[in-house]
Design a protein around this ligand. Structure first.
Ligand SMILES: Cc1ncc(COP(=O)(O)O)c(C=O)c1O
Length: 363
């Protein structure tokens, strides 16, 4: 990224000199790395400031074209606020919009029968994520693809947590719009992309940011070249190292879980499906512990409770509530996220810290 903040500081929209053309070439190389990671073509990738903006562009961009028309949108109760709140906001301005939030089971997996029933009522848009940000639970994308067969519904998928951690191949799914975030794969914060499938008839999205017409008019504003280059490189590295990382992190995550279970027994409860989970994610509730107190006591460990963006708020997790966890257990939950730099020693240290604090908080 550094050369694009220093000597190669050109603006990729300035096509009349070498500085601009070099920056534009770097952006296109990055676009091809992002596309390759998810099985898309570079033309299908629009750079955004992250998955939040990608979700907004996908949902608001589509709904803008449906003003005055009735529309039924299906989503899931455990989606990220960057989907649920966007739908609430669109519903506020689009009076003929009806949103169905499909429930999940106790392990966080979408209820496919309830989805089928919602689809049977006719729907224009489905917004179902690939992997949950709080529990790591993976939604059954193949089964959803099957249920969509023969139905004219657009599928948006928030894949901020999944891309780079599990294989996502857009050539093998029905997904039309896919949101990606760079900082979930060790890229820079404030960078992401929206995949827009090229199809006939083309998907019509209205830009949510107007101006200079960058990104084929869908997202105006001078491109963050260094951020995009970093995002592209993160995607390239994921393609090379992602599978090995996932294997290693899965083993470490299982060790962490086993260590907590061994030490704390039935005082802990694992949240989320034990198998259909991201390899780097672990969400645990602690019985008999005051959640916020535990988090404060563990300030030296980078943990969160609920969504990282809202952790610190007192509202219990809507994800755990949808999975049927009672308020106390939902509030006494911790999210562990393992990454490329996490070592066996880190896991051992974190487990010891958590076990000690749970024992003393619970006294
Ligand atoms: C599932 C999911 N969607 C959306 C977002 C928002 O992504 P960004 O921070 O890139 O806007 C996140 C990040 O926490 C996420 O986990």
């Amino acid at each position: 990224m550094l050369p694009y903040l220093r000597e190669n500081f050109g603006n990729p929209s300035s096509r009349t000199h070498d500085f601009g053309l070099n920056a534009a070439a770097a952006v296109e190389t990055a676009r091809s790395h992002v596309a390759a990671l998810v099985g898309a073509t570079p033309r299908e990738i629009i750079f955004t400031s992250g998955a939040t903006e990608a979700n907004n562009l996908a949902i608001k961009g589509l709904c803008a074209g449906w003003q005055g028309q009735a529309a039924h949108i299906i989503t899931c109760a455990t989606e990220h606020p960057a989907v649920l709140d966007v739908l609430d906001s669109v519903g506020g301005t689009h009076k003929d919009l009806r949103v169905t939030r499909v429930k999940v089971d106790g392990q966080g997996i979408i209820d496919l029968d309830a989805l089928e029933k919602a689809l049977a009522q006719g729907a224009r848009l489905l917004s179902i994520m690939a992997a949950n940000n709080e529990t790591g639970v993976l939604q059954p994308l193949d089964e959803i693809t099957q249920r969509l067969q023969g139905r004219d519904v657009i599928w948006h998928c928030d894949a901020a947590q999944a891309v780079g951690k599990i294989p996502v191949n857009l050539r093998q799914t029905r997904i039309d719009l896919l949101s990606i975030s760079a900082h979930k794969i060790h890229g820079p914060k404030g960078q992401g992309a929206l995949f827009i499938r090229r199809r006939r008839p083309p998907l019509r999205l209205q830009a949510q940011i107007d101006g200079g017409g960058q990104e084929r008019g869908l997202r105006s504003g001078t491109l963050n070249v260094a951020g995009i280059v970093g995002f592209g490189e993160a995607c390239r590295l994921c393609q090379i190292e992602g599978a090995a990382d996932a294997l290693r992190l899965g083993i470490l995550r299982d060790q962490l879980q086993a260590r907590l279970q061994e030490a704390l027994g039935d005082r802990i409860l694992i949240n989320g499906h034990p198998q259909c989970r991201l390899p780097n994610a672990l969400n645990v509730s602690f019985r008999g512990v005051h959640g916020p107190e535990l988090l404060v006591a563990l300030r030296d460990v980078a943990l969160s409770s609920g969504a990282a963006c809202s952790s610190g708020s007192d509202t219990p997790s809507h994800v755990l509530a949808a999975m049927g966890r009672d308020v106390t257990l939902a509030a006494a939950s911790l999210r562990f996220g393992l990454g490329r730099s996490t070592t066996v020693a880190d896991v051992e240290w974190a487990a010891t810290r958590v076990i000690d604090e749970v024992r003393s908080c619970g006294k």
